[in-house]
Design a protein around this ligand. Structure first.
Ligand code: LMR
Length: 334
Protein backbone atom coordinates (compact mmCIF):
# COMPACT_ATOMS: atom_id res chain seq x y z
CA UNK A 1 0.00 0.00 0.00
CA UNK A 2 1.34 3.43 -0.92
CA UNK A 3 2.07 5.97 1.83
CA UNK A 4 -0.42 8.84 1.69
CA UNK A 5 0.97 12.39 1.73
CA UNK A 6 -0.41 14.22 4.76
CA UNK A 7 1.76 17.17 5.83
CA UNK A 8 1.92 20.56 4.08
CA UNK A 9 4.62 20.76 1.41
CA UNK A 10 8.15 21.88 2.31
CA UNK A 11 10.00 24.29 0.04
CA UNK A 12 13.40 22.97 -1.00
CA UNK A 13 15.96 25.16 -2.79
CA UNK A 14 18.53 23.69 -5.14
CA UNK A 15 21.06 26.19 -6.51
CA UNK A 16 22.95 25.37 -9.68
CA UNK A 17 19.94 23.23 -10.44
CA UNK A 18 20.47 23.00 -14.18
CA UNK A 19 23.76 21.17 -13.71
CA UNK A 20 24.40 17.47 -13.49
CA UNK A 21 23.92 17.19 -9.72
CA UNK A 22 20.69 19.20 -9.92
CA UNK A 23 19.38 16.96 -12.68
CA UNK A 24 19.88 13.81 -10.59
CA UNK A 25 18.95 15.42 -7.28
CA UNK A 26 15.65 17.00 -8.26
CA UNK A 27 14.30 13.63 -9.37
CA UNK A 28 15.43 11.95 -6.14
CA UNK A 29 13.76 14.72 -4.14
CA UNK A 30 10.54 14.22 -6.09
CA UNK A 31 10.68 10.51 -5.30
CA UNK A 32 10.83 11.19 -1.55
CA UNK A 33 14.51 10.37 -1.03
CA UNK A 34 15.22 13.70 0.68
CA UNK A 35 12.43 14.04 3.21
CA UNK A 36 10.67 10.69 3.19
CA UNK A 37 7.92 9.08 1.19
CA UNK A 38 5.07 10.98 2.81
CA UNK A 39 6.44 14.51 2.64
CA UNK A 40 5.33 16.68 -0.28
CA UNK A 41 7.82 19.24 -1.59
CA UNK A 42 7.89 22.37 -3.66
CA UNK A 43 11.17 22.56 -5.54
CA UNK A 44 12.82 25.96 -5.99
CA UNK A 45 15.35 25.55 -8.77
CA UNK A 46 17.86 28.38 -9.16
CA UNK A 47 20.50 28.82 -11.79
CA UNK A 48 22.23 31.61 -13.69
CA UNK A 49 20.69 33.28 -16.74
CA UNK A 50 22.89 31.44 -19.22
CA UNK A 51 21.35 28.20 -17.90
CA UNK A 52 17.74 29.35 -18.35
CA UNK A 53 16.93 26.87 -21.10
CA UNK A 54 18.21 23.68 -19.42
CA UNK A 55 16.64 24.91 -16.18
CA UNK A 56 13.25 25.20 -17.87
CA UNK A 57 13.84 21.85 -19.55
CA UNK A 58 14.38 20.28 -16.15
CA UNK A 59 11.12 21.76 -14.93
CA UNK A 60 9.30 20.27 -17.94
CA UNK A 61 10.82 16.85 -17.24
CA UNK A 62 9.86 17.02 -13.59
CA UNK A 63 6.27 17.78 -14.58
CA UNK A 64 6.38 14.88 -17.02
CA UNK A 65 7.63 12.55 -14.29
CA UNK A 66 4.20 12.92 -12.60
CA UNK A 67 5.68 12.64 -9.12
CA UNK A 68 2.91 12.64 -6.50
CA UNK A 69 5.14 14.22 -3.83
CA UNK A 70 6.15 17.12 -6.07
CA UNK A 71 3.51 19.79 -5.49
CA UNK A 72 5.13 22.53 -7.57
CA UNK A 73 8.36 23.47 -9.31
CA UNK A 74 9.64 27.05 -9.39
CA UNK A 75 12.47 27.45 -11.90
CA UNK A 76 14.08 30.86 -11.67
CA UNK A 77 17.25 32.88 -12.14
CA UNK A 78 16.23 35.31 -9.40
CA UNK A 79 17.85 34.51 -6.01
CA UNK A 80 15.13 36.37 -4.09
CA UNK A 81 12.36 34.31 -5.65
CA UNK A 82 14.43 31.14 -5.23
CA UNK A 83 15.13 31.68 -1.53
CA UNK A 84 11.69 32.87 -0.46
CA UNK A 85 10.11 30.60 2.12
CA UNK A 86 12.56 27.71 1.76
CA UNK A 87 13.17 25.39 4.74
CA UNK A 88 15.92 23.35 3.10
CA UNK A 89 18.66 24.90 0.97
CA UNK A 90 20.97 22.70 -1.08
CA UNK A 91 23.79 24.84 -2.35
CA UNK A 92 25.15 23.16 -5.45
CA UNK A 93 25.76 26.23 -7.62
CA UNK A 94 29.37 27.05 -8.32
CA UNK A 95 32.24 26.49 -10.68
CA UNK A 96 33.25 22.83 -10.62
CA UNK A 97 36.92 22.00 -10.40
CA UNK A 98 38.69 20.53 -13.37
CA UNK A 99 41.45 17.93 -13.52
CA UNK A 100 44.70 19.09 -11.86
CA UNK A 101 42.92 21.59 -9.60
CA UNK A 102 42.46 21.30 -5.86
CA UNK A 103 39.02 22.19 -4.54
CA UNK A 104 40.37 25.33 -2.88
CA UNK A 105 41.58 26.62 -6.27
CA UNK A 106 38.02 27.68 -7.03
CA UNK A 107 37.60 29.55 -3.73
CA UNK A 108 37.44 33.10 -5.09
CA UNK A 109 34.98 32.25 -7.87
CA UNK A 110 32.66 30.34 -5.60
CA UNK A 111 33.10 32.65 -2.62
CA UNK A 112 31.43 35.44 -4.58
CA UNK A 113 28.45 33.19 -5.37
CA UNK A 114 28.19 32.06 -1.75
CA UNK A 115 28.20 35.51 -0.28
CA UNK A 116 25.40 36.59 -2.68
CA UNK A 117 23.27 33.54 -2.03
CA UNK A 118 23.81 33.94 1.70
CA UNK A 119 22.32 37.44 1.62
CA UNK A 120 19.23 36.13 -0.19
CA UNK A 121 18.82 33.24 2.28
CA UNK A 122 19.31 35.57 5.23
CA UNK A 123 16.50 37.82 4.01
CA UNK A 124 14.01 35.46 2.44
CA UNK A 125 14.39 31.88 3.70
CA UNK A 126 12.40 30.51 6.66
CA UNK A 127 14.09 31.11 9.99
CA UNK A 128 15.55 27.76 10.92
CA UNK A 129 16.25 26.87 7.29
CA UNK A 130 18.66 23.92 7.09
CA UNK A 131 21.53 24.47 4.65
CA UNK A 132 23.94 22.00 3.08
CA UNK A 133 26.78 23.31 0.95
CA UNK A 134 27.89 21.02 -1.85
CA UNK A 135 29.95 23.28 -4.14
CA UNK A 136 33.67 23.34 -3.45
CA UNK A 137 35.50 24.22 -1.38
CA UNK A 138 32.39 23.06 0.46
CA UNK A 139 33.57 23.49 4.06
CA UNK A 140 34.87 26.99 3.54
CA UNK A 141 31.90 28.04 1.40
CA UNK A 142 29.78 27.04 4.40
CA UNK A 143 31.86 29.31 6.65
CA UNK A 144 31.44 32.18 4.15
CA UNK A 145 27.72 31.51 4.05
CA UNK A 146 27.40 31.48 7.83
CA UNK A 147 29.25 34.78 8.10
CA UNK A 148 27.13 36.43 5.42
CA UNK A 149 23.83 35.05 6.80
CA UNK A 150 24.26 35.66 10.55
CA UNK A 151 20.58 35.19 11.40
CA UNK A 152 20.62 31.57 10.24
CA UNK A 153 21.69 29.55 13.31
CA UNK A 154 25.25 28.25 12.84
CA UNK A 155 24.03 24.77 13.65
CA UNK A 156 21.87 24.93 10.54
CA UNK A 157 24.77 25.50 8.16
CA UNK A 158 26.55 22.32 7.13
CA UNK A 159 28.58 20.96 4.26
CA UNK A 160 28.47 17.65 2.46
CA UNK A 161 30.97 15.00 3.51
CA UNK A 162 28.41 12.22 3.36
CA UNK A 163 29.70 11.58 -0.15
CA UNK A 164 33.12 10.73 1.30
CA UNK A 165 31.45 8.73 4.08
CA UNK A 166 29.51 6.70 1.53
CA UNK A 167 32.66 6.22 -0.53
CA UNK A 168 34.39 4.80 2.56
CA UNK A 169 31.46 2.44 3.27
CA UNK A 170 31.52 1.34 -0.36
CA UNK A 171 35.25 0.54 -0.27
CA UNK A 172 34.97 -1.53 2.93
CA UNK A 173 31.93 -3.41 1.60
CA UNK A 174 33.69 -4.15 -1.70
CA UNK A 175 36.86 -5.34 0.06
CA UNK A 176 34.82 -7.73 2.21
CA UNK A 177 32.35 -8.60 -0.53
CA UNK A 178 29.41 -7.83 1.76
CA UNK A 179 26.35 -5.57 1.35
CA UNK A 180 27.13 -1.94 2.11
CA UNK A 181 24.33 -1.64 4.66
CA UNK A 182 26.08 -3.96 7.12
CA UNK A 183 29.06 -1.61 7.32
CA UNK A 184 28.65 1.20 9.84
CA UNK A 185 30.30 3.95 11.82
CA UNK A 186 33.18 4.92 9.60
CA UNK A 187 34.08 8.58 10.09
CA UNK A 188 35.27 11.28 7.76
CA UNK A 189 37.22 13.88 9.71
CA UNK A 190 37.95 17.35 8.41
CA UNK A 191 37.90 18.86 4.98
CA UNK A 192 36.10 17.58 1.89
CA UNK A 193 39.48 17.61 0.18
CA UNK A 194 42.45 15.36 -0.35
CA UNK A 195 43.52 15.97 3.29
CA UNK A 196 40.33 14.47 4.73
CA UNK A 197 40.85 11.54 7.07
CA UNK A 198 38.61 8.52 6.48
CA UNK A 199 38.82 6.65 9.79
CA UNK A 200 37.66 3.06 10.26
CA UNK A 201 38.94 2.65 13.83
CA UNK A 202 35.47 2.70 15.40
CA UNK A 203 33.54 1.09 12.56
CA UNK A 204 32.14 -2.40 12.22
CA UNK A 205 31.12 -4.72 9.44
CA UNK A 206 28.63 -7.49 10.10
CA UNK A 207 29.02 -6.90 13.84
CA UNK A 208 32.81 -7.13 14.05
CA UNK A 209 35.33 -4.32 13.90
CA UNK A 210 36.35 -3.33 10.40
CA UNK A 211 40.01 -3.88 11.28
CA UNK A 212 39.28 -7.43 12.46
CA UNK A 213 37.06 -8.13 9.47
CA UNK A 214 39.58 -6.89 6.89
CA UNK A 215 42.76 -8.03 8.65
CA UNK A 216 44.92 -5.82 6.49
CA UNK A 217 45.95 -2.71 8.41
CA UNK A 218 48.37 -1.76 5.70
CA UNK A 219 45.53 -1.53 3.15
CA UNK A 220 43.29 0.32 5.61
CA UNK A 221 45.99 2.81 6.59
CA UNK A 222 47.23 3.54 3.10
CA UNK A 223 45.37 2.47 -0.03
CA UNK A 224 41.89 2.80 1.48
CA UNK A 225 42.62 6.30 2.79
CA UNK A 226 44.02 7.46 -0.49
CA UNK A 227 41.20 5.92 -2.59
CA UNK A 228 38.61 7.82 -0.53
CA UNK A 229 40.64 11.05 -0.51
CA UNK A 230 41.17 10.91 -4.28
CA UNK A 231 37.80 9.52 -5.35
CA UNK A 232 36.44 12.88 -6.53
CA UNK A 233 39.53 13.33 -8.72
CA UNK A 234 39.25 9.76 -10.05
CA UNK A 235 35.68 10.46 -11.12
CA UNK A 236 36.63 13.73 -12.80
CA UNK A 237 39.33 11.82 -14.69
CA UNK A 238 36.95 9.04 -15.71
CA UNK A 239 33.94 11.18 -16.65
CA UNK A 240 35.66 14.42 -17.51
CA UNK A 241 32.95 15.76 -15.22
CA UNK A 242 32.69 15.74 -11.47
CA UNK A 243 30.55 13.25 -9.59
CA UNK A 244 26.84 13.87 -9.95
CA UNK A 245 24.76 10.77 -9.21
CA UNK A 246 26.66 9.87 -6.04
CA UNK A 247 26.76 13.50 -4.92
CA UNK A 248 22.98 13.81 -5.37
CA UNK A 249 22.31 10.58 -3.56
CA UNK A 250 24.50 11.54 -0.62
CA UNK A 251 22.84 14.95 -0.35
CA UNK A 252 19.58 13.06 0.15
CA UNK A 253 21.21 10.87 2.81
CA UNK A 254 22.62 13.94 4.58
CA UNK A 255 19.34 15.86 4.75
CA UNK A 256 17.11 12.85 5.38
CA UNK A 257 19.17 11.69 8.34
CA UNK A 258 19.41 15.24 9.69
CA UNK A 259 15.64 15.80 9.47
CA UNK A 260 14.32 12.30 10.22
CA UNK A 261 17.15 11.00 12.43
CA UNK A 262 20.00 8.50 12.16
CA UNK A 263 19.15 4.83 12.82
CA UNK A 264 19.89 3.68 16.41
CA UNK A 265 23.55 2.71 16.84
CA UNK A 266 24.64 4.41 13.62
CA UNK A 267 26.50 7.61 13.05
CA UNK A 268 27.18 9.50 9.86
CA UNK A 269 29.67 12.17 8.81
CA UNK A 270 28.60 15.79 8.38
CA UNK A 271 30.61 18.94 7.91
CA UNK A 272 29.46 21.18 10.76
CA UNK A 273 30.74 24.33 12.43
CA UNK A 274 33.16 23.13 15.11
CA UNK A 275 32.38 23.77 18.76
CA UNK A 276 35.91 22.74 19.71
CA UNK A 277 35.11 19.01 20.04
CA UNK A 278 38.16 16.74 19.57
CA UNK A 279 40.40 19.80 19.78
CA UNK A 280 39.23 21.08 16.39
CA UNK A 281 39.48 24.90 16.30
CA UNK A 282 36.10 26.50 16.88
CA UNK A 283 34.35 28.04 13.91
CA UNK A 284 35.92 25.82 11.24
CA UNK A 285 33.42 23.81 9.22
CA UNK A 286 34.89 20.38 9.90
CA UNK A 287 33.51 16.91 9.22
CA UNK A 288 32.71 14.99 12.41
CA UNK A 289 30.86 11.79 13.29
CA UNK A 290 27.32 12.87 14.21
CA UNK A 291 24.03 11.36 15.24
CA UNK A 292 20.77 13.14 14.44
CA UNK A 293 17.49 13.26 16.30
CA UNK A 294 14.47 15.56 16.18
CA UNK A 295 15.99 17.64 13.38
CA UNK A 296 19.19 18.30 15.28
CA UNK A 297 22.71 16.85 14.95
CA UNK A 298 25.16 16.12 17.75
CA UNK A 299 28.83 15.24 17.50
CA UNK A 300 29.59 11.72 18.76
CA UNK A 301 31.78 12.34 21.81
CA UNK A 302 34.37 10.27 23.58
CA UNK A 303 35.90 8.27 20.70
CA UNK A 304 39.49 7.18 21.37
CA UNK A 305 41.86 8.95 19.03
CA UNK A 306 45.27 7.37 18.57
CA UNK A 307 48.40 9.36 17.71
CA UNK A 308 48.21 8.52 14.02
CA UNK A 309 44.61 9.70 13.76
CA UNK A 310 45.40 12.82 15.79
CA UNK A 311 48.06 13.78 13.30
CA UNK A 312 45.73 13.33 10.34
CA UNK A 313 42.90 15.21 12.04
CA UNK A 314 45.27 18.11 12.76
CA UNK A 315 46.62 18.16 9.21
CA UNK A 316 43.16 18.55 7.70
CA UNK A 317 42.26 21.18 10.33
CA UNK A 318 45.37 23.13 9.33
CA UNK A 319 44.27 23.12 5.70
CA UNK A 320 40.85 24.40 6.74
CA UNK A 321 42.45 27.19 8.76
CA UNK A 322 44.44 28.20 5.71
CA UNK A 323 41.26 28.18 3.60
CA UNK A 324 39.50 30.24 6.25
CA UNK A 325 42.28 32.84 6.05
CA UNK A 326 41.85 33.00 2.25
CA UNK A 327 38.10 33.36 2.74
CA UNK A 328 38.54 36.19 5.26
CA UNK A 329 40.80 38.02 2.81
CA UNK A 330 38.18 37.50 0.17
CA UNK A 331 35.33 38.77 2.39
CA UNK A 332 37.35 41.82 3.42
CA UNK A 333 37.95 42.66 -0.22
CA UNK A 334 34.17 42.87 -0.88
C1 LMR B 1 33.59 15.08 -5.35
O1 LMR B 1 34.13 14.79 -4.29
O2 LMR B 1 33.28 14.24 -6.21
C2 LMR B 1 33.25 16.52 -5.62
O3 LMR B 1 33.63 17.33 -4.55
C3 LMR B 1 33.83 17.01 -6.88
C4 LMR B 1 35.33 17.20 -6.80
O4 LMR B 1 35.82 18.27 -7.16
O5 LMR B 1 36.02 16.27 -6.39
Amino acid sequence: KRAQPVRPPIRVLITGAAGQIGYALSSLVGHGELLGKSQRVILHLLDVETATEPLNGLKLELIDSALPLLTDVIATTNPTEACTGVSIAIMVGGFPRKAHMERKDIMAMNGSIYSKHAYALEKYACKGCKVVVVANPANTNAVILSQCAPSIPRKNITCLTRLDHNRALGQVAAKLNIPVNVVKNVTIWGNHSSTQYPDVNHGCANGITIRNAIRDDNWLDNEFVSIVQQRGAAIIKARNLSSALSAASSVCDHIRDWVLGTPPGHWVSMGVISDGSYGVPEGLCYSFPVTCKDGDWNIVQGLDIDARSRQKMDDTARELEEERRLAQDYLQSL
